[in-house]
Design a protein around this ligand. Structure first.
Ligand SMILES: Cc1cc2nc3c(=O)[nH]c(=O)nc-3n(C[C@H](O)[C@H](O)[C@H](O)COP(=O)(O)OP(=O)(O)OC[C@H]3O[C@@H](n4cnc5c(N)ncnc54)[C@H](O)[C@@H]3O)c2cc1C
Length: 418
């Protein structure tokens, strides 16, 4: 039955790629469209942390735990794939289950981190307290001025664009199609159901459509007449010149968890430091809501660097090779949006992962497939991610998009027959 079902996924970022892989492997006729190239937007403008450590107990942690289970399974399947192209793509994932270390640097921070770790342990996360000697052994270049330290062995890392490409390669090997340079402009609605998309390359018809447009999901969904409140939240990252081994885990400041969970528009910075296989150290990151303004701001980069130096004073003389930034797909209640849109049958959303979409992509793809094909029991409860919630649609049931109202009103769904 699945072979007769046609699905169009809008967005070839890591979330669209993960959904495409799941749906194509399940036998659905899957087409991925993107106005740019695969993995070219947010997915290649962030870092590749696959974290359970920064999530409090609740649905997002459960999605992270599912994703953490799936990553090594998927990388294993890609590496053993019959197609040499997929096997080659698998090596670009750069999966590294290196573990994370969270350091508190104040007395208050130590109490909060210890309590947070205990809650997570109760939710099934592996958490190990580290004493001063253990921190020095694990991260010899880290500050000794810490007040508490936790080790999260389950934290990992991927190379985001490489991972997205590998997931897509597997989807294509399973029969999916990819159309790049294809922008979705408007819906085709028949009998109240979304049956097609008007695109820059002509109309596309299918049985189901998945909005995986990342930070542009607010804009895309408004164009389709069913807006969800996904907004851009800017983040910037510094990249050092290649160094001898200096950072061995994902190391971050305990106040990062607070920045992740905040909703402030103002600049927030916290130190997240990690090395890459090429030897560069990635230093993140900032959070601010500035629309789609993509200018790098020196004061933001300085604030990020200053926080990182508190964790790794030895980075003080190191050359910064470049800086880049991207837009996290932010939802006011900080939970991804995964599921069918009750306002427009045929439309599904897989978006709103903010600063965790790389890690959460594979669990999202799995849940979307299970929902779309009604494969019960689901691997996790989809209810908290549903579209119809106040954080996504607003209390009046209508999303507040940062997009101009004009765009929504001009591009209302048109009743049309093929
Ligand atoms: C600085 C920074 C650091 C980050 N660090 C991490 C991290 O360490 N770990 C982690 O898990 N996550 C991290 N993230 C978040 C992560 O990058 C995102 O959550 C993730 O990339 C979102 O992927 P996506 O596929 O939803 O969106 P995208 O990668 O943006 O893909 C959406 C795609 O939709 C396409 N599109 C949009 N509108 C249309 C249209 N109308 N027609 C056709 N195509 C359209 C776009 O061209 C784009 O390719 C970070 C983000 C930033 C900015």
């Amino acid at each position: 039955m699945a072979a007769d079902v046609r699905v169009v996924i809008v967005g070839a970022g890591i979330v669209g790629a993960a959904c495409a892989r799941e749906l194509a492997l399940a036998g659905l006729q899957t087409t991925v469209v993107d106005r740019g190239g695969p993995g070219a937007a947010t997915t290649s403008h962030g870092e590749g942390n696959v974290l359970v450590s920064d999530k409090p107990p609740g649905p997002e942690l459960q999605l992270a735990q599912l994703s953490r289970r799936l990553w090594p399974e998927i990388v294993g399947a890609l590496s053993a794939h019959g197609s040499p192209r997929v096997r080659a793509a698998a090596s670009a994932v750069e999966w590294e289950p290196k573990g994370g270390i969270v350091l508190a640097t104040t007395g208050e921070g130590a109490a909060a981190l210890t309590a947070f770790g205990e809650e997570q342990r109760a939710a099934g996360v592996r958490v190990e307290p580290l004493d001063r000697r253990a921190v020095a052994e694990a991260e010899p270049f880290a500050t000794t001025e810490h007040t508490a330290a936790l080790h999260y062995p389950e934290d990992g890392q991927v190379q985001p664009a490489g991972a997205a490409t590998a997931l897509l390669a597997d989807a294509l090997a399973a029969g999916a199609a990819l159309r790049t340079g294809c922008e979705v402009h408007a819906p085709v609605v028949r009998g109240g159901r979304l049956v097609g998309l008007r695109t820059s390359e002509g109309p596309l018809y299918a049985d189901h459509f998945v909005d995986a447009a990342g930070p542009w999901a607010g804009r895309l969904s408004a164009r389709l007449g069913a807006p969800v409140d996904v907004r851009p939240r800017r983040g910037d990252v510094l990249v050092t010149a290649p160094l001898p081994p200096t950072v061995f885990h994902k190391v971050y400041d305990a106040d990062y968890v607070g920045a992740v969970g905040s909703s402030g528009e103002d600049l927030q910075t916290s130190a997240v430091v990690e090395s890459t296989r090429a030897g560069s150290v990635l230093i993140g990151s900032s959070r601010r809501r500035a629309g789609f303004d993509d200018r790098l701001r020196p004061e933001v980069l300085s604030a990020v660097a200053a926080k990182a130096l508190r964790l790794f004073p030895s980075l003080a003389g190191v050359a910064v090779m470049r800086a880049y930034g991207g837009f996290r797909p932010y939802v006011p209640d900080h939970l991804p949006v995964i599921g069918a849109d009750p306002r427009l049958p045929g439309l599904w959303h897989a978006t709103g992962h903010e600063g965790a979409g790389i890690g959460l992509s594979v669990g999202t793809g799995r849940l979307l497939r299970q929902l779309l094909l009604q494969e019960r029991p689901f691997d996790l409860d989809p209810e908290p991610f549903r579209v119809a919630r106040a954080g996504v649609l607003g209390t009046g049931g209508r999303a507040k998009s940062e997009e101009k109202t004009q765009e929504r009103t001009e591009e209302k769904p048109q009743e049309e027959s093929r």
